[in-house]
Design a protein around this ligand. Structure first.
Ligand code: ATP
Length: 241
């Protein structure tokens, strides 16, 4: 697949390869995620989706190739600066929510601000808690929330720093279809209302259909792209991988 290039990119990968010993999980992958776009990444098990997301978000370093976030070459940054860039400019949402059980929902949500040494402005917290529909749950512990509510708290935590890019790894994998829709709507709103960039790894064609486009990975390479996806067309392409 040819890569899109240009300055309107939130995240750009150039010839990114990641090997683990004998295994090549990503092979010379080049791709650019447009700023303010919602992109789904799909592929069979073992195709390299998690490796792709980890390299694209700076959680992992490629074996070779370049990753840029907002034009900044992550490979040129020392670990402390990469961590700072991740904290300030990137939000993460994971399938397992990853909330801290001993903290209230509100404290979980504001944790990225505290880690970045920033004030947790009460008005901003109240706004984001309202946006994800958890105003009456903010003082509770995560274990007192349903799975869907926990994932909405995790989305609030990802959005509290107003990051340029949100990386979501199977965020609806543990949720029923209706609850999954609420989570996808929040990610869609982050793009449409706030102009943020979302990269969503998913196995679910319905979840992928919320994106502006879908990229398909197979054997560590990007092998297909589908713009304006419908769930039926995503399923068809998926089956032909
Ligand atoms: N830490 C690691 N050490 C060794 N091999 C790894 C490691 N992480 C991933 N791999 C291998 O790299 C390849 C791609 O793995 P990856 O987890 O990126 O795939 P995936 O598409 O996310 O799979 P799944 O959908 O099952 O989560 C696989 O062959 C996997 O076994």
């Amino acid at each position: 697949m040819a890569a899109r290039t240009g300055t309107a990119c939130a995240v750009q990968l150039e010839a990114v390869t990641r090997t683990y010993g004998e295994v090549t999980a990503l092979k010379e992958v080049s791709w650019a995620f447009p700023r303010g776009g919602f992109t789904a990444v799909m592929g069979p098990s073992g195709s390299g989706k998690s490796t792709f997301l980890h390299c694209a978000s700076g959680l992992d370093r490629p074996t070779s190739g370049t990753v840029r976030i907002g034009g900044v070459d992550l490979g040129a940054l020392r670990e402390a600066k990469r961590t700072r860039l991740r904290r300030e400019r990137i939000g993460f949402v994971f399938q397992a929510f990853n909330l801290i059980p001993t903290m209230s929902v509100a404290d979980n949500i504001t944790l990225p601000l505290r880690l970045a040494g920033r004030e947790a402005d009460p008005a901003r917290l109240a706004g984001i808690v309202r946006r994800v529909g958890l105003s009456d749950r903010a003082a509770h512990r995560p274990s007192e929330l349903s799975g869907g509510q926990q994932q909405r708290a995790a989305i609030a935590r990802a959005l509290i720093t107003e990051p340029e890019v949100v990386f979501a790894d199977e965020p609806t994998g543990a949720l029923d279809p209706r609850t999954a829709r609420e989570v996808l709507r929040l990610l869609r709103e982050a793009v449409d209302a706030a102009g943020q960039t979302v990269v969503l790894v998913t196995h679910d064609p319905v979840a992928a259909s919320w994106a502006d486009s879908v990229v398909f990975l197979s054997g560590g390479r990007i092998v297909d792209e589908l713009a304006s996806p419908t769930a039926a067309e995503v399923s068809r392409r998926w089956e032909s991988l």
